[in-house]
Design a binder for this molecule. Structure first.
Ligand code: TGC
Ligand code: FAD
Length: 389
């Protein structure tokens, strides 16, 4: 079960607990044995993909008619928590497939696109990626340079996307492009299939974070995309931002899992590690660090659970998601740093999961909107003044 200082367990339904336990068992028995070597050598353990799909974790909160599990958003959040207790790269894989590929097809796709792609993506017969960020446009995607120009029967796409999770292994990329000059209101989503002439997705090298995850460039050189591959319901920057709201919701839960893994490791270590006369857990300075972790994890658990209940009631606002993503990830990162410190020299060794989580959380604090961007989003909401202009 893990750290549960406020008996949050009793706020969960039997179904939610069952889903959580299934994800926990998968991570403990099947994923943790793979991830240390994968992180060390820098690859995503793809052998886990069929299991993740067969357990119903892909698009888990989308309807059963498309081959999905039809779970509520709290159960979906608990899956994210457990997967990221394993590794942020595993949660990233599931987040991208679910919230950034299946969700936009579900929300903006034609009936044919939904019938074709959603069951394939749920079963992992197809893998997807989401191309929004560009080399010069990350926090400000409205400035993107990627263009789609109309042609008979479809569109001609040119541009480069960078830092794209799953890119190299994706069968389909959701690519966001402007269709009229430099106007962000003209942004639309395109389903670019892997074998499209002019499309390539080289993997990016040299990451010290999310090493057990595929991160890629997407290069589009005169790619022809047929009309039936445009997401007909997409229009304007708001469409990709709506997808980000879904993914950020899951990340707010996921970060708690990484924090719990770090806390539990630090607590075990502090109880058994003797320095001077006794276990370091008996020293006040170490207890202060552990208590900070307990307090921040408990607050994050309550924040995400409340957010999930609001989402299930259809009352969740994007700015509330910003608060949970900003708080939970930045606190998880602070917790990972405290845990690393408690482990002393062992804190930098991959014999323990802490340094891996710490390095991963540096990415998680940046992607899906940096901590600063979420702070300014909340600032705009409470003051009515826009700091982005
Ligand atoms: P702005 O004028 O604020 O908004 C344009 C329109 O969109 C609406 N909107 C949202 N709708 C839904 N959800 C949200 N979160 C929304 N945020 C804004 C807004 O109401 C407006 O609607 P309308 O009807 O008036 O047109 O746009 P802006 O250009 O001022 O930008 C605002 C800002 C900075 C907050 C936004 O650009 C932003 O969020 N930037 C951060 C970019 C980001 O997060 N990129 C993530 C890329 S994907 C990724 O990182 C995947 S990692 C996955 C993994 O591996 O797990
Ligand atoms: P910048 O926008 O250049 O920001 C640099 C710094 O400036 C940050 O500290 C930022 O907070 C700060 N800053 C920016 N604007 C302001 C402001 N107005 N006021 C104050 N400070 C500001 N993107 C995708 O589209 N799809 C993916 O699948 C994906 N996966 C990713 C996987 C990994 C491993 C990583 C690292 C990134 C991924 N991203 C993905 C990209 C990610 O979303 C961007 O990196 C992120 O949005 C930040 O953009 P940037 O890196 O260009 O930073």
């Amino acid at each position: 079960m893990g750290l549960d200082y406020y008996d949050i367990e009793s706020l969960l339904s039997a179904d939610e607990r069952m889903v959580r336990d299934t994800a926990r068992k998968f991570v403990d028995e099947e994923y943790l044995p793979l991830v240390r070597d994968a992180f060390r050598r820098g690859y995503f353990p793809k052998e886990a993909i069929p299991r993740v799909a067969s357990l119903g974790f892909l698009g888990a909160n989308l309807p059963e008619e498309y081959g999905c599990a039809g779970l509520n958003n709290v159960a979906y959040g608990l899956i994210n928590l457990e997967l990221e207790r394993g590794d942020s790269g595993l949660r990233s894989f599931v987040s991208v497939q679910s919230a950034l590929v299946m969700y936009p097809i579900y929300a903006f796709g034609s009936p044919e696109q939904k019938r074709r792609w959603l069951p394939e993506l749920a079963s992992a017969s197809a893998i997807g990626c989401f191309g929004l960020t560009e080399p010069d446009y990350g926090s400000n995607p409205g400035g993107m340079k990627t263009r789609a120009v109309r042609e008979p029967g479809g569109w001609r796409l040119n541009g480069t996307k960078r830092w794209i999770t799953n890119g190299t292994i994706a069968d389909v990329a959701i690519v966001w492009a402007k269709t009229e000059g430099d106007d962000s209101r003209s942004i639309r989503g395109f389903l670019v299939e892997r074998d499209t002439p002019g499309f390539s997705a080289p993997e990016m090298e040299g990451k010290f974070s999310l090493r057990a995850s595929v991160t890629s460039e997407l290069i589009l050189e005169d790619c022809f995309v047929p009309e039936e591959n445009v997401l007909p319901g997409s229009g304007g920057l708001k469409s990709p931002l709506m997808c980000l709201t879904q993914a950020r919701y899951g990340i707010s839960w996921g970060a708690i899992g990484a924090a719990m893994a770090c806390y539990e490791c630090a607590l075990d270590y502090a109880r058994s590690r003797k320095v001077f006369s006794r276990p370091i857990a008996g020293y006040q300075l170490v207890q202060q660090k552990l208590v900070t972790m307990v307090a921040e994890i408990t607050k994050a658990q309550l924040l995400s659970l409340r957010l999930g209940r609001l989402k299930d009631e259809g009352r969740m606002r994007p700015e509330q998601v910003s608060l949970a993503k900003m708080n939970n990830v930045s606190q998880a990162l602070a917790i990972a740093r405290l845990a690393r410190d408690i482990l002393g020299a062992n804190g930098i060794a991959d014999e323990y999961p802490v340094i891996r989580h710490l390095l991963n959380l540096e990415t998680v604090n940046t992607y899906e909107g940096t901590e600063d961007i979420h702070r300014l989003t909340i600032g705009r909401d409470v003051t009515g003044l826009n700091a982005f202009e």
